[in-house]
Design a protein around this ligand. Structure first.
Ligand code: ATP
Length: 242
């Protein structure tokens, strides 16, 4: 499904960062209902910072974020109530059983099992004891079963086996086919391009390529090698955390 309505979320000339220093500059981006959009870029390019600004967790330094057609100033929890779901790395309560994680997330067990039948035998298991893939299925079930309008997902498949990555991305694709808009930050470039409708490539805080996966296929090697080069640099870098 493509381009079926007005954008759910838009960034217009967005600058955002930490302290006085923007790390993302002059960024234009949008996600519409029914489309999966991939945001690709090397470590430190500004992908997480962009998602945090879109979700309302970071305040723009310049430009604006528009959510559901209006300039968005509401914080994350308000946008969440209006249908914005954010999934980061392993967003589960590790001390609670799988089933209790669903209950706390106000998600019906049946609905979650419809999405990920794999979780059935793990309902009474503490979420901390689940495999990485099962934890992400649980995170995604908690997000998708509440029928959000927009999913922002940061490295959904970080460190997971290829088959599990396929499984998670397929669930997102199917939800988008039913009308969800999704913006995915992914390290698995080729896999995400298989399910994405559009792609943005971010380099050093700026969008340097945008288009359909087909447009970008000719540049895949360049995109992937920029990831690898930056990974080597990142190993020598100590990141500040908040
Ligand atoms: P990665 O794939 O490594 O997560 P990314 O593309 O998501 O990378 P960001 O996490 O958005 O990149 O980081 C962009 C820049 O902002 C980096 O230089 C990083 O060091 C810096 N940065 C990230 N978080 C903070 C923070 N809380 N305080 C200060 N600087 C930060």
């Amino acid at each position: 499904m493509h381009d079926t309505g007005q954008p759910l979320i838009e960034a217009r000339a967005l600058a955002v960062g930490y302290g006085a220093q923007p790390v993302v500059h002059d960024l234009d981006l949008e996600v519409r209902p029914g489309e999966v959009v991939a945001l690709l870029g090397a470590n430190g390019a500004g992908k997480t910072t962009t998602l945090r600004a879109l979700s309302g967790d970071l305040t723009p330094m310049d430009g604006e974020v528009r959510w559901l057609g209006e300039a968005a100033r509401a914080p994350l929890h308000r946008r969440a109530r209006q249908g914005l779901a954010y999934v980061g790395e392993r967003t589960v309560f590790t001390r609670l059983h799988t089933e209790d994680n669903l209950r706390v997330g106000r998600v019906a067990t049946e609905q979650a099992l419809h999405l990920f039948p794999e979780l059935e035998k793990r309902l009474k298991t503490g979420a901390g004891m689940l495999s990485g893939g099962e934890q992400q299925m649980l995170s995604l079930a908690r997000a998708l079963c509440r029928a959000p309008k927009l999913l922002l997902a940061d490295e959904l498949s970080l460190g997971l086996a290829p088959l599990v990555v396929d499984r998670l991305l397929r669930a997102v694709r199917e939800a988008a086919d039913r009308g969800l808009g999704a913006l995915l930050v992914e390290q698995h470039v080729r896999k995400v391009l298989d399910i994405a409708d559009r792609v943005y490539v971010l380099q050093r805080g700026r969008i340097t390529m945008a288009g359909t996966p087909k447009d970008l296929r000719g540049n895949l090697d360049a995109i992937e090698s920029s990831y690898l080069a930056a990974k080597a640099t990142a190993e020598k870098t100590t990141y500040a955390t908040d």
